[in-house]
Design a protein. Structure first.
Length: 223
């Protein structure tokens, strides 16, 4: 009888411990969920830009639909998206931004920061916008992204084709909205690289010719 009672006591104790663990695990999940919602909440301006991003995303659908036989309101909407892709939809620190610029920025952010967190994507967007405002680079977002020196593009996803194949995620859209609303964590960076994915020649040029600023996740940032 004593062995059975001891066994019951151990079983009840283990059950109590398990319940306590489950209780605190639930509390942790609730806390993290609420925390992430608080951190990720967009401002009214960023929400407005998110709508512009959704409109710009129609350009992809419109280009895919060119050869399709769809009719009605959807086709008219997609055709209108193509006609207005070069119209200014907002300004960023005095610089005009078109639907095409927004689409280009979302795509390069996704391609350059695939698998990285939202702040890494924000930093990529910051660098593109910093270049647009710098006199040594082109004056529009799209021209910055497609700038090349001979056959060498400034952003590797453009040359290797990743830019054209990505599917833009919610993280990238949110990062672009944050960047276009003025949020900037780049410390003025005009360049970035992922050292482990770069050739020795490129790494040497970054280290010798530029000023190192900081590292975040896979990318190192320079000016």
């Amino acid at each position: 009888m004593s062995d059975r009672r001891a066994g019951k006591k151990i079983s009840r104790k283990a059950e109590l411990q398990l319940r306590i663990v489950i209780f605190f695990a639930i509390l942790l999940i609730v806390f993290l969920t609420l925390y992430n919602r608080r951190v990720s909440r967009l401002t009214a301006e960023q929400e407005r830009i998110m709508k512009l991003i959704d409109d710009a995303e129609l350009l992809d659908q419109a280009e895919q639909d060119r050869q399709a036989a769809s009719t009605g309101k959807k086709k008219k909407k997609l055709q209108m998206a193509l006609k207005t892709k070069d119209e200014t939809v907002m300004t960023f620190q005095g610089n005009p931004v078109t639907k095409e610029d927004i689409r280009s920025l979302c795509r390069i952010v996704e391609a350059e920061a695939t698998g990285l967190n939202e702040n890494s994507r924000l930093l990529v967007a910051n660098v593109v916008l910093n270049r647009m405002r710098d006199r040594n680079f082109p004056d529009t977002i799209t021209d910055v992204i497609f700038e090349s020196d001979g056959n060498v593009t400034q952003f590797s996803p453009v040359s290797d084709g990743r830019y054209y194949k990505v599917r833009v995620s919610g993280k990238s859209k949110r990062a672009v909205a944050r960047a276009l609303s003025g949020e900037d964590r780049s410390k003025g960076a005009l360049y970035f690289m992922a050292r482990k994915h770069s050739s020795p020649e490129n790494v040497r040029w970054f280290d010798q010719e530029l000023t190192y600023l900081f590292k975040y996740e896979d990318h190192e940032f320079f000016r």
